[in-house]
Design a protein around this ligand. Structure first.
Ligand SMILES: [Zn+2]
Length: 113
C-alpha cells in the first residue's frame, strides 16, 4: 500500500483515487492513485471519491483502472476531451440538417435516437 491517506479534512481513510483539477478545461479527473504528488492533485478515499462534487459548470471524468494500471497522461486527457467534442459536434450537425438530406434512395440514414 502507498500509505497515503485521504486529503479531505478530518478523514483518515486510505487514499485509493487521485483527483486532478484541470483548470484550463474546467474538468475534474478522478483516476487511479497517482504515483507522485502534484500541486493540483488530491488523494481521496473510497467514500469521498464516490461522493465527489465539483463546482457548477465543471465536468467530471472518472477513470477506472485499466489493464495497464498507469496514470493518465496529458495526451490521454486530450484524447478523451477531443472525443467528447467530436461526438457533441456531430450531434449538432445532425440536428441542424434538414430531414430530406438524410435520405438517399433506400439508404436512409436513421437518427440514432
Ligand atoms: Zn476520505
Amino acid at each position: 500500500m502507498s500509505g497515503r491517506t485521504c486529503s479531505r479534512a478530518s478523514c483518515t481513510n486510505a487514499a485509493i483515487k487521485t483527483l486532478t483539477y484541470v483548470y484550463s478545461d474546467s474538468t475534474a479527473v478522478l483516476g487511479p492513485l497517482a504515483t507522485y504528488a502534484e500541486p493540483h492533485n488530491y488523494d481521496l478515499c473510497a467514500s469521498h471519491s464516490e461522493r465527489l462534487t465539483v463546482p457548477v459548470g465543471w465536468n467530471v471524468i472518472k477513470q477506472e483502472p485499466t489493464l495497464e494500471q498507469v496514470g493518465p497522461s496529458d495526451d490521454d486527457l486530450m484524447a478523451i476531451a477531443n472525443a467528447v467534442r467530436e461526438v457533441a459536434n456531430s450531434d449538432l450537425n445532425r440536428a441542424s440538417m434538414p430531414p430530406e438530406l438524410g435520405r438517399r434512395g433506400h439508404l436512409r440514414a436513421l437518427p440514432s435516437n
